[in-house]
Design a protein around this ligand. Structure first.
Ligand code: PGA
Length: 262
């Protein structure tokens, strides 16, 4: 089965509801979406309702994602949001395990596994982010770190939910304004390890899981990653925070995808 091509952005703690809705509306009006391609935007929780209002009923041309979810269906968890609450807003996808959640909010792989299972069970697509820190890389355990995050994060996931899962490989050292852009030589071997890890977890099905790359991606380097067979798309921050930047980075990545070996 051919894997879809995926491209999207996470706005992190930026944008008012009106700003997110305007971005979404302008994006949908101006982007051409090729077949077998899915685009997504992940605004803050407070923007979801406004974006959903302009997106209309599902299926959404551009998927709308949330930046986190709690594992419990309800209860005494002040400040948290459940999968059922996201489903009630017609949210298409939830991002779990972003490096900033792991680092600043101390989310562990075990916490993330509970969140993954809750989100899948509620019917949400999951974008699970994995990636090693600069320190882990310097000790030569980048691949091991990523495989540990993958194995624990996807523990007990049933094959029937595999179609809801996508993995974003984002080396922590390459993310954000202080990050060092990675090269395909850094990224491709780990993407291959993620692919083998998926195959080991889901024998016969691992090849179906889309793997995205993220970390300092922009129009100048997007196509260098997506030219590789194991990289099925891009997960972009800063470069995609304007509609023009989103489209330019998407198109550069898509061009690499169709002209490369992927
Ligand atoms: P960046 O962010 O593209 O701005 O480096 C990526 C991310 O945080 O996912």
């Amino acid at each position: 089965m051919a894997r879809p091509y995926l491209f999207g952005t996470n706005f992190k703690m930026n944008q008012t509801p009106a700003e997110s809705a305007a971005f979404y509306q302008q994006l949908v009006a101006s982007v051409q979406i090729p077949p077998d391609t899915h685009l997504f935007v992940i605004p803050p929780f407070t923007s979801l309702s406004a974006v959903k209002d302009v997106a209309g009923q599902p299926p959404h041309r551009v998927w709308v994602g949330a930046q986190n979810v709690h594992w419990a269906p309800d209860g005494a968890y002040t400040g948290e949001i459940s999968a059922g609450m996201l489903i009630a807003l017609d949210v298409d996808l939830v991002l779990l395990g972003h490096a900033e959640r792991r680092r600043y909010f101390h989310e562990t792989d075990v916490d993330l596994n509970r969140k993954v299972l809750a989100a899948l069970g509620a019917g949400l697509r999951v974008l699970l982010a994995v990636g090693e820190t600069a320190e882990e890389r310097s000790f030569g355990v980048g691949g091991e770190t990523v495989l540990r995050q993958l194995r624990i994060g996807l523990h007990d996931v049933q094959t029937e939910h595999l179609g809801q899962i996508q993995i974003a490989y984002e080396p922590v050292w390459s993310i954000g304004a202080g990050g060092t852009p990675a090269s395909p030589e850094d990224v491709v071997p780990i993407a291959k390890q993620i692919r083998s890890g998926c195959e080991e977890l889901f024998p016969g099905y691992g090849a179906e899981v889309p793997i995205l790359y993220g970390g300092s991606v922009d129009p100048s380097n997007a196509g260098t990653f997506t030219a590789f067979q194991d990289i099925d798309g891009l997960f972009v921050g800063r470069a995609a925070w304007t509609v023009e930047g989103f489209i330019a980075t998407f198109q550069a990545g898509y061009q690499g995808h169709v002209t490369g070996d992927g």
